[in-house]
Write a protein that binds this ligand. Sequence first.
Ligand code: SME
Length: 174
Amino acid sequence: MFETSAASDKPDYDLLNKQLASILDGERALMTNAAQFSALIFNSISDLNWAGFYFCTEAKTATQEKPCDLLLGAFQGKVACVRIPLGRGVCGSAAQERKTFLVPDVHAFPGHIACDSASNSEIVIPVIKDGKLYGVLDIDSPRLARFSSDDQTGLETMLASFIAATDFSALPSI
Ligand code: SME
């Protein structure tokens, strides 16, 4: 296995994508790939305190509008909130609206869920394959406005590679 470079303020996303392709090569297992993806991100981008996934699971109180909750998956960082209902916090909002949420100051985001009080900015990208939502990628930083539009583009490209390489058939989706 290659040595990953030191965590960078402005990561080389082309290089990270090549490293990701090598990590995912020949492996489709969800938790394996999600754990490796989280570790690559967490150790390659500077000033992160959390990076990982929430995946769809059957909702505790399911309704037609909210059939699934987001359940903590593979991650790097401190222990985190286990279950997030659709529409709650940054993760639940990104899942419900199926779009990336780039939040420069989480304290200004209505309903933000503070799993780690060190977090000040956050990016959440939905995990969508063949039109179905399977969860979200959540990345947190103690630095305000840590994530630029370049980070968003780079991370969305990496996540798309992870999604294409991985088998999600064991998960519920919406
Ligand atoms: N802050 C997130 C919750 C997840 S933790 O940060 C890992 C949110 O508001 O959805």
